[in-house]
Ligand binder design. Structure first.
Ligand SMILES: [Zn+2]
Length: 185
């Protein structure tokens, strides 16, 4: 992935606190920026803060940004996608931070939480906040973003699905029990 111009992706080493085998990340990478095709030519989307992801998740994310999210940003606002405010890349923990139960998809670097999407035309930027979209246009944009995420990732959860996802969009590529079943809520 590092070979793609514009991508700022480096091999990463999870910390010693992540030595639990349940929290092993396959080919961990730190993702600072990913290349997209902008309106005026090659462009990049930066991540704040840069998440640690499995290489497979970083690839899926890169494809989704370029093929779906950027075209949606152009279609809805005539703006280029420039940044994502994110959380919950790799983190060795259980689902919804419970003390017992299944290990979170975040533990294996297969998941990302998106809190806000930043779009720009020239020097003028807007941030669409997942928890509080402003107005009908932003609401429609976020609905479309969620629909496209449902097609690109194995699981997509967001506001309205449950209390743990009220303020962000969770996407992950963890295989579910049935190979073909995607979970979209
Ligand atoms: Zn999450």
């Amino acid at each position: 992935m590092a070979a793609v111009p514009g991508n700022r992706v480096a091999a990463a080493t999870p910390g010693p606190q992540d030595s639990d085998p349940a929290c092993r990340v396959s080919e961990p990478v730190r993702v600072e920026a990913l290349a997209i095709r902008g309106q005026g030519g090659p462009a990049v989307v930066t991540f704040a803060p840069p998440p640690l992801l499995s290489c497979a998740m970083a690839r899926t994310l890169a494809d989704w940004l370029d093929r779906s999210l950027q075209p949606l940003a152009r279609g809805h606002f005539e703006r280029d996608l420039v940044a994502l405010r994110v959380g919950g890349g790799h983190e060795c923990r259980r689902r919804n931070r419970a003390s017992t139960g299944p290990v979170s998809e975040h533990a294996t670097g297969q998941a990302l939480d998106i809190f806000a999407i930043k779009l720009r035309t020239g020097g003028d930027a807007v941030e669409v906040v997942v928890e509080k979209p402003q107005g009908l246009a932003q609401n429609r944009f976020l609905d479309a973003v969620r629909q496209s995420a449902c097609g690109a990732f194995m699981t997509t959860l967001g506001p309205g699905s449950d209390a743990a996802h009220a303020n962000h969009l969770h996407v992950d590529i963890q295989e579910r029990r049935s190979r073909a079943s995607r979970f979209c809520q």
